[in-house]
Every structure is written in C-alpha cells, then in structure tokens.
Design a protein around this ligand. Structure first.
Ligand code: NCD
Length: 304
C-alpha cells in the first residue's frame, strides 16, 4: 500500500486540506520558512516546454532547501535507449529521490508514474487533463482579491476543451461555491460542460456585464489540427479588448494562466487594465508550490 501523498488533480485534496495549503501559502508569503525540505531529493521531469510552472517549482524547492535535479526528455534513457517509464522511476527511487514533479503531453502520465513510485508525484500538467497547482494559484488569487469566493461569478473564456487549467480550475471553483460561466464557440466548448453551477454562454458581450472575474485562455493549437473558424472571427467574438473592458463592473479582475497571446484572446489594453492580475497569479504560484510540496512531504504542521 502506498502511504505517500501525491497531487494528480484537485480532488486529491479535501476542503480542509485546501484551506491548510492556502493558509500556509499566506504564511510563506509574509516570512521565509526554514528549510522544510532540507535534504529532500526532488526531480523535475518536464516532457513539455514550460516557463512559469518549471521556474516556480524550482524556486519553491530551492526556498525550502530541497536538492533539485532537472531532467528534460533528452536527458533520459527512456528517450532513446528503450528504458520504460516504470524502470526509470525505479532507478530514480533507488537514488533516494522522494518527489517527482511531472509534466507530460499524455493525459494520465503522472498518475501512471504515481502507481510505481514510492514517493510523492506532483502533476505539473498532463495533456488536456489537469493542472492542479495552476488551479490552486488561480483560486488563491481570487480568495486574496475577494475574500470568500462562494457566490461569485467567474467567467472562463476561450479554448476550454483543450485546457488542463480550465478542467482543474472549474472543479476547484465549484467546490468553493463559485458560479462558473464558460464562454466560447461550440468547437472549444461542447454543450456537455454544463452541470450544476456551471453554465455555458456563447456571447461574451452579454456575460461581461455581470462577472466578478474573467479567466482568459490561450487557443491551444498544439492540441488540435484545424480550427473551424478564422482567427478574425474568433477575435471578433471572443477577444477581450478595450471596448469590451468598458462593459465589466468596476471591481472585476482579469486573469490568465499564461502564456497569453497578444492580438488573439486579449489586446494590449488588457495588460494595462487596473484589474489585470496575471503577474499576481505568477507571484502566488511560487508560494502555492512551496505550500503543496511542504504539505505532501511533511503533512500538516504547526511549525514554520
Ligand atoms: C498552461 C499550461 O501549460 O498548461 N500554462 C501554465 O502552466 N501556466 C496553459 C497553456 O499552455 O496555455
């Protein structure tokens, strides 16, 4: 029986555990904790490109005193020498590695690693499936902004279907009692996304007048072959721009998991909008990842 905790998606955490991670995130932001992962050996295994997630996991690990090894696919024997994932994991465990942070284009890959690794696995994004630490930092950002997010209306706009961020964030927002409005064309947002507390809208202009927060998504072109509408049509219907920003209530904030594509899902006026919270999300990401790693490795603790 595996006793160690992993984080594959948000439903691996109870409501109390979410609150604990958010409390620790807040503490870590106000004062640097001691070396809570002193001597813990961590491998970051990134099979896909990453700027934000990779860097913030690295910073989080270093700030907690972990020993960190970064591996990209080209460094691994499984790429060209026929070693299986399972045997790679056995090899890393034999060297005393106890945490694997895994990003992979295949949905379910981190879960597969977790079944054969007697340590902690953190999913740093698997295909279009899940990205739990991004969802945590998104929810943390909303909580810092609004306090309680129960009853808030949060619109997620764009390529929902191919977004692992959206899939984890929708689940997290629902568990916190937010009303989630998904906005996009049928191709990116099939009707079966509607569920209790989650509604589907096709018209962005109608939605903007009643939102507390807007989460914009990039069109994830690497995950599909052809788009059934032109970029111009998409921009006309779904781009957040200066004109559309005039429709939002005064305290509305705008978020984006990054990377954002100027001229597509947003124009430059969003980047100077008073409610633009992208940099704040990235900032929170380091502390959220510190709190997640500390929780998985050390459990619930009263000492910082
Ligand atoms: C996203 C990702 O890689 O899942 N970015 C991130 O990790 N912050 C979103 C994307 O690729 O569009």
């Amino acid at each position: 029986m595996r006793l160690r905790r992993s984080l594959i998606d948000l439903n691996d955490l109870s409501g109390d555990e979410l609150d604990y991670i958010f409390d620790r995130t807040r503490v870590f932001q106000t004062r640097a904790p001691g070396p809570l992962l002193d001597g813990t050996a961590v491998v970051n295994l990134f099979f896909e490109q990453s700027t934000r997630t990779f860097t913030s996991f690295n910073l989080a690990q270093m700030r907690l005193g972990a020993h960190v090894v970064n591996l990209s696919p080209n460094d691994l024997s499984l790429a060209t020498k026929g070693e299986t994932v399972e045997d790679t994991v056995v090899t890393l465990a034999a060297m005393g590695i106890s945490v694997l942070v895994v990003r992979h284009p295949e949905p379910g890959f981190p879960a597969r690693v977790a079944t054969c690794f007697d340590g902690h696995v953190v999913n740093a994004g698997d295909g279009a499936h899940a990205h739990p630490t991004q969802a945590l930092l998104d929810i943390f950002t909303l909580r810092e902004e609004f306090g309680d997010i129960d009853g808030l209306t949060i619109a997620i706009v764009g390529d929902i279907l191919h977004s692992r961020v959206a899939h984890s964030t929708i689940a997290g927002l629902r568990s916190c009692g937010a009303n989630v409005v998904l906005v996009g064309p049928e191709f990116f947002l099939p009707g079966n996304y509607a569920q209790h507390g989650v509604t589907i809208e096709r018209n962005l202009d109608d939605v903007l007048t009643k939102v507390d927060a807007v989460v914009l998504l990039r069109i994830q072109r690497e995950r599909f072959i052809a788009m059934p509408m032109s970029d111009e049509e998409y921009i006309a219907q779904y781009q957040l721009n200066g004109k559309r920003l005039k429709r939002v209530p005064e305290r509305t904030i705008v978020m984006h998991p990054g990377p954002y594509n100027r001229g597509m899902e947003l124009d430059d006026s969003v980047l100077t909008f008073a409610g633009w919270r992208y940099a704040m999300q990235v900032h929170h990401g380091v502390y959220i990842r510190m709190a997640v790693l500390d929780f998985l490795v050390n459990g619930v603790s009263v000492v910082c």
